[in-house]
Design a protein around this ligand. Sequence first.
Ligand code: ADP
Ligand code: ZN
Length: 208
Amino acid sequence: MNVVLLGAPGAGKGTLASQMCQAYGLRHISTGDMLRAHMREATALGLQARAYVDAGKLVPDALIIEMVRERLNEPDCQKGCLLDGFPRTAAQAEALGAIAKIDMVLYIDVAVEALVKRISGRRVCGKCGTVYHTSWHDREECAKCGEPLSIREDDKPETVLRRIEVYNQNTEPLIGYYREKGLLKTVDGSGTPEEVFEAVKTLVEKRV
Ligand code: ADP
Ligand code: ZN
């Protein structure tokens, strides 16, 4: 089973992705995480991508599509994967259609006001990547490894608004694209992570 997660920045794609991968044995393919790893390791791709990512803009399609194509061809992806943050443009969606068979597209629906609130409280552990929110984790360190938490460069307020704008313009149209293909399932993303996952489980299991 190959699943695509669609949703605005801050909709909770990353959290839902870890829950789903654990429950269904899917590979988590997050283009955001992949790009951040490239940037940390200062690879050629990372150096090219940084300016776009830090400004809240999309990395050019050609770079992203090649990165995903290579990843999906690796043997561990053959059992099924969960795409988080890809596709984000019509060109990426077309390219994906030629690389892999998509079984389901889950759209996580969250109101814009909630997105901004969620992103501005987001804190990330630089060591293990665990994501926290100040509303339920008010400490400055990671609960798992004790490392200090930080704010993602592109989670700064000006950049967040730019990312939501980019999402509305480029990615939102993909909702209609996948609805027409009969692949779209919408889930209300406004609840807690547990509530959202329950709703998703019902959708996924109904399908089988
Ligand atoms: P979020 O979903 O919270 O916006 P991500 O971690 O998915 O965060 O992405 C962070 C940034 O990485 C994006 O703002 C963009 O610059 C870049 N990026 C990630 N995925 C893609 C993609 N599919 N196409 C172009 N740029 C991407
Ligand atoms: Zn940690």
